[in-house]
Design a protein around this ligand. Structure first.
Ligand code: GDP
Length: 372
C-alpha cells in the first residue's frame, strides 16, 4: 500500500528518490516525522534562508505549465543562458504561449562571453535571432546574475514593463534562474521573510511567490530539463568541466581539409572539404581539444573515449559511445555551428566548407549567424 504524503508548503507529493525533482525530502527525515506535517527541501530552504532553489520538470509537465501561463494576464520573463542560447526551446514556448503575450528575455551569464564583445552587439544579435524566428519580445536584458551585473536595471525594467501585472519567470535548469531570482528577492524584499510557495491550480507544480505589492507577485516556476543539451547527459564531475565558470577564451585552429577536432569525448568536428581556414572554438576553457587526422579519428575515439578523450569519464560514458554524424555546408562568412550545452565553432570561410559534427543523436547541433 502506498502512503502518499504532501508538502504542507507547496502541496507537491513528497519523494525521497531524486533531490533535483520537486517534493524531495531525505528518507531519514520522512521517517522521523511524528505528525506527518512535512515540508519539502525546497520549501524548507525558502522558509529558513529566504532562498529559492531550482526543481526540474520533464517536458510534459513543462508544457502543462506553459499552457497554464498562456491563460494568465501577466508578464513572462524568460531566462536564457547566453552561452548556451538555443533557438528551439524558445520557439516551443512561443508556440504554446502565443506571440501576443508580453515576453521579456533575460540573457544571463554575460560574464562568460569574451570581454571584447560589445553588449550592444549581443543585444542586436539576440533581437535579430528572435526576429528571424518570428518571435516578438518587449525587451532583451543582459545580465550576469552571479556578478550582480545588470540585475538592478533588469528589475526596474521588468517593473516598468509588467504594467501592474504579475510576473512569471521561466527558464531551463542551469540557466541561472535561481541565482537571478535570489538577487531579485534581495532587491524586492530585503531580508524580510515574505516569500511563500503557492499551489498552482490544475497542476502539481509548486510555485514560489514573491509579493511585489498588495495585489501582484513574481512567480518562480520549475525549470525544464532540456534533453537535447549535453549537460543533461553528464555526471557532476564532467559538468564541472563543461559548464564554464570564467570568461571563455577563444581557441583558434588553422586546419586543412580532412582534419578533425575532438571536444573531449563528447563531440568531434571533421573539416571534410574546403580550403585551409581558421576555426574558432568557444567552449569551457577546461574542455580539452584534441586535433587529429580525419582518417585516424574513428580509431582514436574507439580507443580513448573516457581516458584521453574526456569528459565523459570512463565509468560513466552515458550516451557518448554512440555518436551519429550531422553534416553542414557553410557558404557564408562568420557562421557558428552550435553544439547545445557544449559551445560553438565559428567558421570564417571565404570559399565555403563542409563540416561534419559527430555527437550522440539526442544532442542538438545547429548553424546560426556568428554572435562574435
Ligand atoms: P537554475 O537551475 O536555472 O536555477 O540555475 P542556478 O541559479 O542554480 O545556476 C546554475 C549554475 O549556473 C550554477 O553553477 C551557478 O553558479 C551558475 N550561474 C548562475 N548565474 C550565473 C552567471 O551570471 N554567470 C555564470 N558564469 N554562472 C552563473
Amino acid at each position: 500500500m502506498s502512503n502518499k504524503v504532501y508538502c504542507i508548503g507547496c502541496g507537491v507529493e513528497i519523494q525521497s528518490e531524486d533531490q533535483n525533482k520537486q517534493g524531495y525530502l531525505p528518507k531519514s527525515v520522512v521517517e522521523k516525522s511524528i505528525d506527518g506535517n512535512l515540508v519539502c527541501k525546497r520549501c524548507f530552504r525558502l522558509k529558513n534562508y529566504n532562498e529559492v532553489s531550482d526543481v526540474q520538470l520533464g517536458a510534459e509537465d513543462f508544457y502543462q505549465l506553459i499552457k497554464t501561463l498562456s491563460k494568465k494576464d501577466a508578464l513572462i520573463v524568460k531566462v536564457v543562458d547566453i552561452f548556451d542560447f538555443s533557438g528551439s526551446w524558445i520557439e516551443d514556448v512561443v508556440d504554446i504561449v502565443g506571440n501576443n503575450k508580453d515576453i521579456v528575455l533575460v540573457a544571463n551569464k554575460l560574464d562568460l562571453l569574451p570581454k571584447s564583445v560589445k553588449q550592444n552587439k549581443v543585444k542586436q544579435w539576440l533581437f535579430k535571432m528572435l526576429k528571424a524566428k518570428g518571435i516578438k519580445v518587449k525587451d532583451i536584458l543582459l545580465i550576469s546574475a552571479i556578478k550582480n551585473q545588470g540585475v538592478e536595471e533588469a528589475a526596474s525594467r521588468i517593473d516598468e514593463l509588467r504594467n501592474g501585472k504579475d510576473v512569471y519567470i521561466v527558464g531551463a535548469t542551469n540557466v541561472g534562474k535561481s541565482t537571478f531570482i535570489n538577487k531579485l528577492i534581495e532587491l524586492t524584499t530585503g531580508d524580510k521573510n515574505v516569500i511563500t510557495t503557492s499551489h498552482f491550480p490544475g497542476t502539481t507544480l509548486g510555485m514560489i511567490e514573491i509579493p511585489l505589492d498588495r495585489a501582484t507577485s513574481i512567480y518562480d516556476t520549475p525549470g525544464i530539463i532540456l534533453d537535447y543539451d549535453i549537460a543533461h547527459y553528464l555526471d557532476a564531475q564532467s559538468l564541472k568541466l563543461v559548464m564554464p565558470k570564467k570568461e571563455i577564451k577563444a581557441r583558434v585552429f588553422q586546419l586543412n581539409a580532412e582534419q578533425s577536432l575532438f571536444f573531449g569525448g563528447m563531440a568531434r568536428m571533421d573539416f571534410v572539404e574546403g580550403e585551409r581556414q581558421s576555426f574558432t572554438l568557444y567552449a569551457s576553457n577546461l574542455v580539452e581539444i584534441h586535433r587529429t587526422k580525419l582518417s585516424n579519428a574513428d580509431a582514436l575515439f574507439e580507443k580513448h573515449l573516457g581516458t584521453l578523450l574526456k569528459p565523459p569519464f570512463e565509468d560513466n560514458i552515458s550516451i557518448f559511445n554512440n555518436q551519429v554524424k550531422k553534416s553542414f555546408t557553410i557558404d557564408s562568412r562568420k557562421m557558428d555551428i552550435v553544439i547545445s550545452g557544449l559551445g560553438w565553432i565559428t567558421v570564417n570561410s571565404d570559399s565555403g566548407c563542409k563540416i561534419d559534427i559527430h555527437v550522440p543523436e539526442e544532442i542538438e547541433v545547429f548553424v546560426r549567424e556568428s554572435i562574435i
